[in-house]
Design a protein around this ligand. Structure first.
Ligand code: DX5
Ligand code: ZN
Length: 219
């Protein structure tokens, strides 16, 4: 596993050719496949569920980084784990018992991640930081790909990095939203180690592989 990972978000993929496009990501050097699950309640958009995770599982050997933007995620984690998720990340804004939810995810054999929206303070995850295999700092307001990067989240990544280091945690520090060849180095300098991208990969004018290579060149 690389020190830095690129997680290709299929939200901007061509769903008529999903398997083929995931294979291109894999051969171009993507480390993880990121699956954005949205319920139309926690975020305005509705996207994919366990059947798509299961299809992705058959399409690639890469870890499936499943991002749950749904209310009551604890009701669904088992279905996503059974579908083949490698990691499940839940939003702190949706989890009144975040410690329990993270432990439940781990007991299902998945890596457990906690996500912060741009406006959610870092102190919200501090009590469970030692339990997290991954912390995801959203760098857009979640709901859609192609959103506007929120520059204030760079300092937030630096803050989380400091807290993870103080704990001696080796958790991934992931950023998601508006990550491209310009914003990635700033997030890397702030201490991020995992970079999610949809548009900069799937909408790259020279194609998916070129999109991945352009991001990788910044690492
Ligand atoms: C946003 C999703 C992101 C999204 C990123 O709510 O969680 O994963 O797909 O898209 P880009 O990279 O286009 O900002
Ligand atoms: Zn995401």
């Amino acid at each position: 596993m690389n020190v830095y990972v690129i997680s290709a978000s299929i939200l901007s993929a061509d769903f008529t050719r999903l398997g083929e496009q995931i294979a291109i990501c894999e051969s171009a050097g993507a480390d993880w496949i990121h699956v954005d699950v949205m319920d139309g309640h926690f975020v305005p958009n509705i996207t994919m569920g366990p059947v798509i995770v299961e299809a992705c599982r058959r399409a690639t050997k890469l870890p499936l980084d499943v991002h749950l933007m749904i209310e009551n995620p604890e009701k669904h984690i088992e279905a996503f784990a059974k579908a083949g998720a490698s990691g499940l990340t839940v939003h702190v804004e949706t989890c009144p018992h975040l410690d329990r939810t993270l432990l439940d995810i781990k007991s299902l054999g998945c890596k457990a991640g906690a996500v912060l929206n741009p406006e959610t303070p870092v102190r919200e995850i501090e009590p469970v930081l030692h339990l997290a295999d991954l912390v995801l700092v959203m760098s857009v307001h979640p709901g859609f790909s192609g959103g506007k990067f929120v520059p204030g989240t760079i300092a937030k990544v630096a803050d989380v990095r400091k807290k993870l280091n103080a704990l001696g945690s080796s958790a991934w520090l992931e950023v998601d939203g508006g990550i491209n060849a310009e914003t990635l180095p700033k997030m890397k300098d702030a201490g991020a180690t995992a970079f999610v991208s949809a548009s900069a990969i799937f909408k790259h004018p020279q194609g998916i592989a070129a999109g991945i290579h352009a991001l990788r060149a910044q690492l």
